[in-house]
Design a protein around this ligand. Structure first.
Ligand code: ADP
Length: 591
């Protein structure tokens, strides 16, 4: 006889039906259970951090877990409750790691704040999230002083630093304008707290972490991850066809913990019991090299610019990093020049990744396959410059203007949409209904704002952000493809393409180049502005003729401008809007 309590009525397309429920234990894993697992079963594996105090710190998952329990007790003492938002403003380090686990573990929400945002944006998101406390690296306190009077929800600041290095925080207390405002030292807070903690049983959908997009258009928008979505994302991401992380792996996220949870690595590493290396504020060549050598890092994650800088440093100093096997690259397209340099100079596999804040962020990856061993370099590099394939759980599709699915032939472009258990279904306290679109079958998709192609083998390639594509005479020129072609030229260190106004073609591409080595500009008394030098003209011609061998003729930029540096967003991406605003009339004014 069927146990009726085990059945549930549902409505299907052919009417109502009873379904039989599975009989497994209802104990879905949550965020503290990841660290509990690492502390029990990989107890001596290490978390190695570069500290802002100047040294390198190393402790075990067992020690980390003990301190996380202490922090959880301390949060209760501060009066933090389930659902409260607690902000963090910190580099990648063990104390930030502890905040991730303790805050979410007690059922509060860990709100990571990007210190590279403008002051007004930081103020906006702290007010929007209504953070109760802020856990802050000492070096970021000065960002808060001017905005503190406006942050009425914030009851206090906890400074992430040794007691002996605690800075003078008198100014903060005065700036707060609240008589009860407190500024505490993190270590002092932990010292008084017990090291046993009973984690509450939380529904899997309980909010765990809040991250805001960089707000390249309009105000930043909050994406609220749950315990379930975070654990699912970690399960999928550590697989061999994704990041391939095991207890044996030494991983270093060079993506910051203040933006999209360092691509989930603090959770993935604990789930695997992997050695986790956290680079603090040392994201430049010398600091990264030192830590890679110290910890024998095998897998690193980061945006392309970080690796371009590291490669330049290694080359200039004739250095190698033999422990590194794989570099996961996302946040922007992987340029072929980078794929090739990592492969040929260091034997490192560039693992391409696509994702966004709204997708937790990892969604598609291009893992190494056996078939690649028999491919020519060019065939392999071609795959490595795509954005890879979706992990199980993530569905991707491209649609045309009429909401019809576009053919997967590697050429036909469409608007990239995505769905899955770690893709957002709403922004936090913000109505953005037009980002969610139903297909012909009634399935809801998140519209990414990217334009993409998908090939016959399911490899995705981002052609452009919809707002960045250059619309020349009704045809589209991919700014990403043109930038990547330029990056293959030996004298191009960084490239940026924008569409600017053109009388005949509506828009034409303008290419900005940071030359390597830098140009030596000649100044003259009657021309305070640097003159266009011989050297500049020669380089322009050289880049144009190089590009002519790489892209269609009508894609060639109408002009090339040399700059010392390019504007970047708070997440290190090219800030094209600034350039577009400044240079929109450039070609017209040149006439
Ligand atoms: P934001 O800067 O708004 O926070 P994210 O950091 O979430 O945005 O970045 C998401 C965007 O980055 C994607 O929508 C896409 O345009 C770009 N991006 C990420 N990975 C890739 C990739 N592999 N190729 C091309 N573009 C990428």
């Amino acid at each position: 006889m069927m146990n009726r309590s085990n059945a549930q009525s549902i409505t299907t397309s052919s009417g109502d039906a009873d379904i039989i429920m599975g009989q497994m234990m209802p104990c879905p894993p949550n965020i503290p259970s990841l660290l509990e697992y690492a502390a029990h079963h990989h107890s001596t594996q290490r978390i190695i951090s570069r500290r802002l105090e100047g040294d390198i710190h190393s402790y075990s998952y067992r020690d980390a877990y003990r301190r996380v329990c202490q922090l959880a007790n301390a949060l209760h003492t501060l009066g933090v409750k389930v659902g409260d938002r607690i902000g963090t403003l910190a580099w990648n380090g063990y104390r930030h790691f502890e905040c991730y686990y303790a805050i979410s573990g007690i059922g509060a929400i860990c709100h990571t704040i990007n210190p590279r945002l403008y002051g007004e944006q930081i103020e906006y998101i702290i007010r929007h999230a209504e953070d109760e406390y802020l856990f802050v690296d000492a070096c970021f306190l000065n960002l808060l002083t001017p905005i503190l009077p406006q942050l009425s929800s914030v009851k206090g600041i906890i400074v992430l630093i040794d007691e002996s290095h605690m800075p003078d925080t008198h100014d903060l207390i005065i700036a707060s304008k609240q008589s009860s405002f407190i500024v505490l030292n993190y270590e002092a807070l932990l010292n008084g707290a017990g090291s046993d903690f009973n984690w509450p049983t939380l529904p899997p959908d309980t909010a765990a972490c809040l991250c805001y997009t960089s707000g390249t258009t309009g105000n930043p928008k909050g994406v609220l991850y749950s315990h379930f979505s975070t654990v699912m994302h970690a399960y999928a991401s550590r697989n061999p066809d994704a990041l391939n992380v095991s207890a044996d792996t030494v991983v270093m996220p060079v993506v910051p913990m203040y933006h999209v949870c360092a691509w989930g690595m603090p959770y993935i590493a604990a789930m695997a019991g992997a050695t986790l290396v956290l680079p603090g504020d040392g994201m430049d060549g010398p600091a990264l090299y030192e830590l890679i050598e110290y910890a024998k890092v095998e897998l690193m994650l980061g945006v392309p610019t970080v690796w371009l800088r590291l490669l330049e440093y290694l080359e200039e100093n004739h250095l190698q990093i033999p422990s590194v096997k794989t570099v996961g690259v996302g946040g922007a397209a992987s340029p072929k020049a980078l794929v090739e340099a990592l492969d040929k100079q260091h034997g490192i596999y560039l693992l391409p990744i696509w994702g966004m804040t709204e997708t937790s962020p990892l969604a598609t990856l291009g893992a190494r396959t056996k078939a690649m061993e028999n491919m020519s370099d060019d065939e392999r590099y071609h795959i490595q410059t795509t954005a890879g394939k979706p992990m199980f759980g993530i569905e991707i599709e491209i649609f045309d203007d009429n909401n019809h699915v576009v053919t997967h032939d590697g050429k036909s472009r469409g608007f990239l949409r995505v769905r899955g258990p770690w893709v957002l279904r709403d922004y936090y306290k913000t109505d953005k209904a037009n980002a969610f679109i139903e297909d012909a079958h009634g399935n809801e998709w998140f519209d990414t704002g990217d334009i993409a192609v998908i090939d016959e083998n399911s490899y995705l390639k981002i052609v452009d952000r919809a707002k960045d594509v250059v619309k020349s005479g009704g045809e589209w020129i991919s700014s990403i493809d043109l930038e990547n072609a330029a990056l293959e030229h030996e004298s191009v260190s960084e490239a940026c393409v924008i569409g600017v106004k053109h009388v005949k073609w509506d828009e034409r591409p303008l290419l900005f180049v940071v030359p390597h080595p830098p140009l030596t500009h000649k100044q003259s008394a009657d021309h305070p502005e640097p003159q266009v030098s011989e050297q500049e003209l020669t380089l322009k011609e050289s880049i144009q003729s190089f590009l002519a061998t790489k892209v269609a003729k009508w894609w060639l930029p109408d002009d090339i401008l040399f700059v010392n540096e390019l504007p970047h967003t708070a997440t290190g991406k090219l800030q094209k809007r600034t350039l577009r605003d400044q240079y929109w009339e450039y070609l017209i004014q040149q006439k």
